[in-house]
Design a protein around this ligand. Structure first.
Ligand SMILES: CCC/C=C/C(=O)SCCNC(=O)CCNC(=O)[C@H](O)C(C)(C)COP(=O)([O-])OP(=O)([O-])OC[C@H]1O[C@@H](n2cnc3c(N)ncnc32)[C@H](O)[C@@H]1OP(=O)([O-])[O-]
Length: 721
């Protein structure tokens, strides 16, 4: 797992060999300790180079080893890195590919660092609920200063070799063979004094107003962390580096890490890391899979409809380098969209430093312009009649074999597919607004969709930098289907005595970016109203008598309809569940009007307001959503709990440090979730979404296995259906 050789006569070359990313598993740490010892005791060796095989320096500690402490055998990282730093022969890190986490900490223990120009480095431990606890939190601020170290350690962001050179994190950047460059460099520094190269001996560069700096950073981090504890511990560790001698700083680093390491948050974040990779290995109920289905290259794509979603999708496609035909038939929208897309591209280029992608887009007002494209994404208004028409036209205009995709967020993808000559070439591509920024893409296949098309779209998603999750077709797919019972419970709680701000506060304290009512104001109450009207659910004035709060035999809250009747559509009208300074403003303030509106509503329906606790808000909203998640699994709409969790983390603002709804249910305890659902279902027999799903019961009966073991139980439940 580590290879040792002597090169150029006097350089000991240590190569880390542990695919896929040369992670520092126990056997690699053993290898490093042994080979460093060998090099230092060999009189012929005057200097040492450490590199990684296959163009990758090191991806850090082996995250799989964190799952159980028992796995963490072998030499610990800290003394291993100390012994490298204390060596009396120069040690040079040759960084190709990347040096992340423990990998960068290893490099910081070396006396010199040479990076390839395409390499990236970073300390991403915070994203795994940890901190750089192999001396990284103490060495990095000593090397590059407190502000830059705080920025890297609290965000975990990866930086380029050029930025690392500018910060003084690496000493040299090589354009060609980095190992050769490092060997040459090692020969040139052999025999030189290392006193000034041991970072642990450095003082942190002084910072004016240090207390104010840390207070400011801590405040910002607390706001963005939304309850995550690792970013806060990272600030505390860097503060220790800035204020304490190295050994005491290391002690603080160790104490902070001990708290984080065993926290549920670290488990949740590490679960998310692996879940994100699991969803890439998609499968369909037909047995088609990611590794047996091959796509074909897409050279030219089209977007139909240039409203908000269509514009974002056009930008996302153009930024991958594809040629894009952007079609909008309405003159006014066409002109506005051209301008908006151009602005979005310019902003994107500025942000990323990548060249502008203007030339990639051709605009047209005619559907005929898409005749020669390989793939079309329809993004017209969310109306089944309109979408059906577009699909009929596309089927007639496009060349045979063109993949047709719809950006619908809830409508039936199979019904749209049935409008075309080749229904197997139709899938859903459910983007989230703004489509060029939001990471999630739900790829919705139907029973007839070809695996080739799913492979094409999953690959395209990857190129656009999306986290793509393949899911089956049903109303709302996975994300919006689970959102409905969550939102319904929020409405019911309002009827029972809560306020929008009480509910939102409970959800935001839990870690959601925004509570249910702020989200509703942002996306517009009129959107759901239109859908409910089409479904025949809306009664003027909300209806009267007992039936006003019942539709199709189940509980219904007309509150949203009443709000819309008053023109309260949310941010766009300056009034919604909250009030805003002016239409379009984002600063939500509680609206005293809401108090009398709710009181009057409750009086009309004979409801007596009661005190609602935060716990009840969380249990009712989240467990209803989780219960629907179990139904999604039972129905085979999602391949596994990881798919659901990744959808919620990347598309719905679910706090990543809580691992996604299904992981969270497991953390709470499935038996507790079941018991609370039974309790609420009994109290509300007209709310079927609170009736515990049979899969949840089966899992509890099977001893509540961990999430990664659910698939077995799900298979059994499905085979009995
Ligand atoms: C005291 C302790 C202090 C130190 C703490 C740390 O170092 S914490 C660690 C700090 N380090 C990090 O947080 C870095 C985490 N890693 C990354 O960010 C990226 O993997 C990458 C940028 C290194 C490569 O991106 P890419 O898109 O080229 O590739 P990809 O992402 O698809 O991964 C390929 C495969 O490698 C696997 N795997 C990867 N890393 C690890 C690991 N450390 N371990 C185990 N496995 C790892 C990954 O699961 C996947 O396996 P699969 O699914 O094929 O079976």
């Amino acid at each position: 797992m580590t290879q040792y050789s002597r090169v150029s006569g006097s350089v000991g070359l240590i190569t880390l060999k542990n695919p896929p990313v040369n992670q520092l598993s126990a056997v690699v740490r053993h290898g490093i300790v042994d080979t460093v010892q060998k090099a230092l005791s060999d009189p012929k060796v005057k200097s040492v180079v450490i590199c990684g095989q296959n163009g990758m320096f090191c991806g850090g500690a082996d995250i799989k080893e964190f799952q159980t402490l028992a796995n963490m055998r072998g030499p610990p990282l800290i003394p291993m890195i100390h012994s490298i730093e204390a060596a009396d022969k120069p040690v040079v890190a040759a960084i190709e590919g990347g040096a992340f986490g423990g990998g960068l900490e290893l490099a910081l223990g070396c006396h010199y660092r040479i990076a390839h120009s395409k390499a990236k480095v970073g300390l991403p431990e915070v994203t795994l609920g940890l901190l750089p606890a192999a001396g990284g939190s103490q060495r990095l601020p000593r090397l590059i200063g407190v502000p830059a170290a705080l920025s890297l350690i609290t965000t975990g962001r990866h930086i380029t070799a050029a930025e690392a050179l500018q910060l003084g994190l690496v000493d040299q950047v090589a354009d060609h063979n980095t190992v050769d460059a490092a060997v040459k460099f090692a020969l040139s520094v052999a025999g030189q004094s290392l006193d000034a190269r041991r970072i642990s001996n450095f003082q942190c560069p002084p910072v004016p107003n240090m207390d104010a700096l840390f207070e400011d950073v801590m405040q910002k981090v607390r706001t963005t962390a939304r309850g995550a504890i690792a970013p806060i511990a990272c600030v505390q560790a860097v503060r220790a580096a800035a204020t304490l001698p190295y050994t005491q700083g290391m002690q603080r680093e160790k104490e902070l890490m001990a708290t984080l390491f065993t926290s549920g948050q670290a488990r949740a974040l590490q679960y998310c890391f692996f879940a994100q990779r699991v969803v890439g290995r998609w499968s369909m109920p037909s047995g088609a899979r990611w590794d047996t289905s091959k796509g074909r290259p897409i050279h030219k794509a089209a977007v139909i409809g240039l409203g908000t979603m269509g514009r974002g999708i056009t930008v996302a496609l153009a930024q991958t380098g594809l040629s894009v035909v952007a079609v909008e038939t309405q003159e006014k929208q066409f002109m506005e969209a051209k301008k908006a897309v151009s602005n979005m591209l310019e902003r994107g280029a500025k942000r990323s430093g990548k060249p502008l992608a203007h030339g990639k887009i051709t605009y047209s007002q005619s559907l005929q312009a898409v005749a020669d494209v390989d793939l079309v994404i329809e993004a017209v208004f969310e109306d089944m009649g309109l979408k059906k028409k577009v699909f009929q036209q596309l089927s007639a205009v496009c060349k045979p074999g063109t993949f047709l995709c719809t950006n619908t967020s809830t409508l039936d993808v199979d019904e749209l597919a049935s409008q075309t000559h080749q229904p197997e070439l139709v899938v859903g591509m459910h983007f989230f607004a703004p489509a060029h920024i939001m990471k999630l893409l739900e790829v919705v296949y139907g029973p007839r969709s070809s695996p080739e098309l799913v492979a094409v779209v999953m690959e395209l998603g990857k190129k656009m930098g999306k986290v793509s999750v393949a899911v089956g077709n049903c109303r709302g797919f996975v994300g919006n289907r689970m959102l409905k019972p969550y939102r319904d419970q929020a409405y019911f709680l309002l009827e029972e005595g809560a306020t929008p701000q009480l509910i939102d506060q409970a959800l935001e304290e839990f870690g959601f970016a925004m509570g249910a009512f702020k989200v509703s104001d942002l996306s517009g109450l009129d959107v759901g109203w239109k859908v409910r009207k089409e479904e025949g659910l809306v009664q003027p004035g909300g209806g009267s008598g007992k039936s006003a709060r019942i539709r199709n035999g189940v509980r219904y809250s007309p509150l949203g309809d009443l709000m819309c009747e008053q023109g309260r559509f949310g941010q766009k009208t300056g009034r919604g569940w909250y009030q805003y300074d002016k239409p379009g403003s984002r600063d939500a303030r509680p609206d005293p009007w809401m108090h009398s509106f709710l009181e009057e509503y409750r009086a009309r329906h004979g409801l007596v307001a009661r005190r609602i606790s935060n716990q009840e808000v969380l249990e009712r909203c989240l467990y209803a959503m989780i219960n629907e998640g179990f139904r999604v699994l039972e129905d085979g709409i999602a391949a596994g709990p990881e798919d659901i969790d990744i959808i919620y983390v990347f598309g719905y603002g679910w706090p990543r440090h809580r691992g996604g709804p299904m992981f969270y249910a497991n953390m709470v305890g499935l038996e507790i979730v079941l018991e609370r659902l039974e309790h609420y279902a009994q109290a509300n027999p007209d709310m079927p979404t609170l009736q515990p799903c049979s899969l949840l019961r089966k899992l509890v009966a099977s001893g509540s296995p961990p999430v990664n073991k659910w698939k077995e139980v799900i298979k059994n439940v499905r085979s009995q259906l």
